[in-house]
Write a protein that binds this ligand. Structure first.
Ligand code: EPZ
Length: 422
């Protein structure tokens, strides 16, 4: 297994390009199953999760051509050969469940393995199933698989989510585009990835209104045609790299960054004393002299503070002046980076869903273990400003969500390299 070696190397400066959003691409790709015409995605990120979704779509008989070094995905599901998403692929990536809604909507049936949990929590899919049942689908759970049928096709219905679920909103939204009649999704997720999906589906001929708000209305249509759609910028990659100059000092411009994608996060950075300015090319982050100020963070569905930036923010607050409280309200086990940060000298007290961080002057480099995608990058961020060398092990987690993380950070002056494992 590869590892990444980071050595504190002072302030950073330069530009980091922001790629297309992993979590947008992972719901845009299954949308190809809704049409027998080609769907092409541009600005696609080059990540192992995208390769996993490609393998899943190909296992169904769809075609996925990766062009321009993976930046363009030309897809077609004209000739599906099977409607079963097998466990051996689904277990690698939870987002595989997002083929369920499209397969049901267009083919009236689907067999999809239950994804199972992951490091950050049980992550059930009950809201996905209930939403599709509200559109007339019959669901049967058997041998670890969801056996879904909609013999006469899906029909429009009212779906009220008991709490916000990004994936369940995406599955229901895709299914509703081909359901007979009107579907109303209430308490829908408002993430930019939902808006991006709606823009793509409408470009394919869907009739969606209200994406980005809590209530989305969909008029079903008989069929969808092909389209070409640019994947929205990755707000989590953006926020992650904004923290590099925040932690190390200096000034870095995030090319392609959009303020509207990270407003709550930028507000918190401001409270901590980090300056963020919009530029022609994106966002510029500047940290002057002096220590960062402690701040309190509560994760929430968009437009609140993103749970996917909680681990990275904790890395910043480990060396802030004062005591910060981070409350994780989306997932039940998303503080696994805390013990690793404590190996670097951080003072963190975790009780249930709240982590209390008492800032220290400086962290010290140490060998640490990546446990999940976002935790792994928070350890790299901590290592950028720590005294001495940090070795982050099990970096395969990183490859799921960050393309060329070593090169992007080297380009702004970080002392970081990837060591090939045996
Ligand atoms: C998406 O996961 C993202 N993944 C996650 O990013 C992100 O953390 C999450 O949304 C929240 O923003 C993708 O888009 C591929 P949820 P998702 O359904 O859709 C519970 C990353 O690092 N829940 O909004 O799975 C669930 O357990 C990943 O890129 C149910 O109980 O998240 C969680 O506690 C990590 N039943 C909460 O709701 C359900 O049917 C929110 O989950 C569905 C979810």
């Amino acid at each position: 297994m590869d590892s990444i070696v980071v050595t504190g190397n002072g302030p950073l400066s330069g530009q980091i390009p922001i790629a297309g959003a992993k979590n947008a691409c992972l719901t845009l790709m299954p949308a190809t199953l809704l049409s027998d015409e080609p769907l092409t995605l541009t600005n696609a990120p080059r990540l192992s999760d995208i390769r996993t979704m490609t393998a899943l779509l190909e296992s169904l008989g769809a075609e996925v051509q990766s062009l321009q070094g993976g930046r363009v995905l030309a897809m077609s599901s004209h000739d599906l050969t099977n409607l079963t998403a097998h466990y051996d692929i689904v277990r690698k990536m939870r987002a595989s469940i997002l083929v369920l809604g499209p397969l049901l909507a267009r083919h009236g049936q689907a067999v999809v393995s239950l994804p199972g949990g992951c490091a950050i929590g049980a992550r059930p899919v009950d809201l996905h199933l209930r939403a599709l049942e509200a559109m007339g689908a019959e669901m049967e759970l058997r041998d670890g698989y969801v056996h879904a049928r909609a013999p006469g096709g899906l029909k429009g219905g009212e779906v009220e989510f008991p709490f916000v679920s990004v994936g369940a909103t995406e599955n229901a939204l895709m299914a509703a585009t081909l359901a007979r009649g009107t579907t109303v999704l209430k308490n829908a997720a408002r993430e930019p990835e939902i808006v991006d999906l709606a823009v793509c589906l409408n470009a394919m001929g869907a009739r969606i209104e209200g994406a980005g708000s809590s209530t989305i209305t969909v008029e079903g249509v008989d069929s969808l045609h092909g389209a070409t759609h640019p994947v929205v910028a990755d707000r989590i990659e953006l926020g992650t790299y904004m923290l590099a100059p925040a932690i190390c000092g200096g000034e870095v411009e995030l090319v392609g960054g959009r303020l509207d994608l990270v407003a709550a996060f930028v507000e918190k950075l401001g409270e901590a004393g980090i300056e963020v300015a919009e530029t022609e090319a994106g966002l510029k982050v500047t940290r002057g002299d002096g220590r960062v100020r402690a701040v309190d963070v509560v994760t929430a569905p968009f437009p609140g503070f993103p749970t996917d930036l909680q681990a990275q923010m904790m890395a910043l607050l480990c060396t802030a002046e004062g005591v910060s409280r981070l409350e994780e309200r989306i997932f039940e086990n998303r503080f696994m980076h805390a013990p690793e940060l404590m190996r670097m000298g951080a003072k963190i007290d975790v009780h249930g869903g709240t982590a209390t961080v008492t800032g220290v002057e400086r962290l010290r480099g140490a060998p640490v273990m990546a446990t999940d995608l976002r935790a792994s990058v928070s350890l790299i961020l901590a290592g950028l400003a720590a005294e001495g060398e940090t070795v982050v092990n099990r970096v395969y987690h990183l490859d799921r969500g960050y393309e060329h993380v070593v090169r992007k950070l080297q380009d702004v002056g970080a002392k970081i390299e990837r060591i090939r494992g045996q």
